[in-house]
Design a protein around this ligand. Structure first.
Ligand SMILES: C[S@@+](CC[C@H](N)C(=O)[O-])C[C@H]1O[C@@H](n2cnc3c(N)ncnc32)[C@H](O)[C@@H]1O
Length: 405
């Protein structure tokens, strides 16, 4: 039975929490840790059947019981199917753990490294500042808008559709802020149900505003489009009946608080705000996995704020001045359904849109197609993905707050 060994301590220091993810091979593998001469599969998630599965690992806290060495062992079926040695992605935090081993979860995946058992080295990739030509074609000017709308934008539209259904029909004469409007996803949905409104659509990304402005002019929509930061707008106090920020808060300064304060300031007493954030996205871990595989130990910055349990969203809404009794918070899940025939194209656009978070690297230019193929493969194997009836379906979820001033 082939084993690969990863001395975590060498890479993370003496005391650490880590999340390990299998990123190589596509067959059974086991992640475990050493105790004496034995290999112990981890109690919580011992068998990692597929690339993309992960386990949490606590190391070094107490050297008597906690190992500093992780093993990857190919499972029984793996050799028969000719699968190469698995590669372990290490997403970890080098700070000492503060909670018990059982409940410990790794912090956001910041200092992260990749280990290739075959070479037993940590790899590096040169960074380049400019977009690779393949990404440029998908991300420059108006192309960026199309790229967004055909990837993540499909999901944010589903969120917005659901969130508008949580509030009573918007009455005629309402004044509405489409906050972080992008190309007007929320505005367009509102106009499908109520045309007699005045919408102010704001964003800071001009290509998106240009796309919306063109449609506004073509259709004579009652939308005023302007480039304004959500944290500091030109609107008067108590101006809006509704403020809808569809996946905007995560970008606002002050961990979201600065923008929510502005929502509170500009909303009329009795007005309604809809503010949501991502909970989880099936395609985010695959992006990181491919980043690690091709770009080596270059960091992939994790969001500095943890939005995943909804508590940060609730906290800043209350801190901005809204009252708990006027707030409702719910988790909601959607599925992005992509026809198989379009799936590789979807993966390429998603890579172009999101992979730059980890910086663009020389390798991206050289191995673009391989990266995209790999992303499509990993995506298909993610726990949140199902492939059936000619479609690839991937889960995504949000926390949405509905709150009155
Ligand atoms: C995930 S997109 C959501 C777009 C749109 N609301 C939708 O539902 O698809 C986030 C948008 O927030 C914008 N944005 C980010 N930071 C911003 C800020 N500080 N002020 C205004 N807009 C911002 C981005 O330019 C981007 O268009």
């Amino acid at each position: 039975m082939e084993r690969s060994r990863l001395h975590l301590e060498e890479h993370l220091g003496e005391s650490f929490r880590a999340r390990l993810v299998i990123i190589g091979g596509d067959g059974a593998a086991t992640l475990g840790y050493s105790r004496g001469a034995r290999m112990c599969p981890t109690g919580s998630a011992p068998t990692i059947g597929r690339a993309g599965r992960s386990m949490d690992f606590l190391g070094g806290e107490n050297s008597k019981s906690r190992s500093r060495t992780a093993f990857v062992r190919k499972g029984a079926g793996a050799e028969q199917r000719g699968i190469g040695a698995s590669t372990v992605l290490l997403l970890g935090a080098s700070q000492p753990p503060t909670t018990s081993a059982k409940s410990s979860k790794p912090a956001s995946p910041s200092p992260s490294q990749i280990y290739h058992p075959a070479s037993k080295t940590m790899s590096h990739a040169l960074t380049q500042k400019v977009l690779p030509k393949q990404a440029e074609a998908l991300m420059s000017g108006r192309a960026k808008v199309t790229t967004y709308e055909s990837t993540g934008g499909r999901t944010t539209k589903k969120f917005a559709q659901h969130n508008l259904s949580l509030i009573p029909a918007i009455p005629a004469g309402s004044i509405i802020h489409d906050n972080c409007a992008g190309s007007g996803t929320v505005s367009r949905l509102i106009l499908e149900q109520q045309k007699d409104v005045k919408i102010h659509a704001t964003d800071i990304d001009q290509p998106f505003l240009d796309a919306l402005s063109e449609d506004v002019a073509r259709n004579s929509w009652p939308i005023q489009v302007s480039n304004q930061r959500s944290e500091s707008t030109e609107f008067d106090n108590d101006f809006f009946d509704y403020d809808i920020a569809n996946i905007g808060v995560i970008f606002w300064t002050g961990a979201g608080l600065d923008g929510v304060k502005e929502v509170h300031r500009t909303l009329k007493p009795g007005g309604t705000a809809l503010i949501n954030c991502w909970e989880s996205i099936t395609w985010m871990l695959p992006i990181i996995i491919v980043h690690k595989q091709f770009r080596g130990d270059a960091p992939f910055p994790a969001p500095p704020i943890n939005w995943t349990d909804g508590q940060q969203l609730k906290r800043i809404i209350l801190e901005a001045g809204f009252k708990d009794e006027k707030l409702s918070l719910e988790r909601h899940e959607v599925v992005a359904v992509i026809p198989e025939t379009e799936f590789r194209g979807w993966a390429e656009k998603t890579w172009a849109y999101l992979a730059g978070i980890g910086g663009w690297h020389q390798v991206d230019d050289e191995k673009w197609d391989e990266e995209v193929d790999r992303l499509a493969d990993v995506l298909r194997q993610q726990p949140g993905t199902t492939v059936e009836d000619g479609n690839v379906s991937m889960k995504a979820s949000q926390w949405v707050a509905v709150v009155q001033k």
